[in-house]
Design a protein around this ligand. Structure first.
Ligand code: SF4
Ligand code: SF4
Length: 126
């Protein structure tokens, strides 16, 4: 990731259309077995690096609902794989490329957000 949608989400789905990376799906389409909330696919999120603010957070009516997660880069491959094993994510497996984990498909991320802020799941501010 990326960003992560927490259980503060009210499933209004306003963020879905705004995402330039088509990384967000509604709870009904969540790949998680028990997905109750709108879900961000970490293997797709590009943290809106080309815009001033993350577009999902910009339209979200629920303060603090969307938080920062770790960068989707090889250093955090194990982090995301463990998260997948814990049921937090379900990373897509590509027919030819295999699991699209950070080592296999790194994504752009914002340098301006520190690793500490990410580890503390700081809310995405806009
Ligand atoms: S930060 Fe940007 S790319 Fe990531 S889920 Fe939100 S809108 Fe999509
Ligand atoms: S805009 Fe916010 S509250 Fe609405 S679905 Fe997205 S994350 Fe949830």
């Amino acid at each position: 990731m990326s960003v992560y949608i927490t259980d503060l989400c009210i499933n209004c789905d306003a963020c879905i259309e705004e995402c330039p990376a088509t990384a967000i799906v509604s709870a009904d389409e969540s790949p998680l077995a028990d997905g109750e909330y709108t879900y961000v696919k970490p293997e797709k999120c590009i943290e809106c690096v080309d815009t001033t603010v993350p577009k999902c957070a910009d339209v979200c009516p629920t303060e603090g609902c969307i938080v920062w997660d770790m960068p989707y880069i090889p250093d955090y491959d194990e982090y995301y794989i463990q998260g997948q094993e814990a049921g937090k994510y379900l990373i897509r497996t590509h027919k030819k490329k295999g699991l699209l984990s950070p080592a296999n498909q790194p994504r752009p991320f914002r340098d301006s957000i520190s690793l500490t802020q990410r580890a503390e799941s700081m809310a995405v501010e806009v």
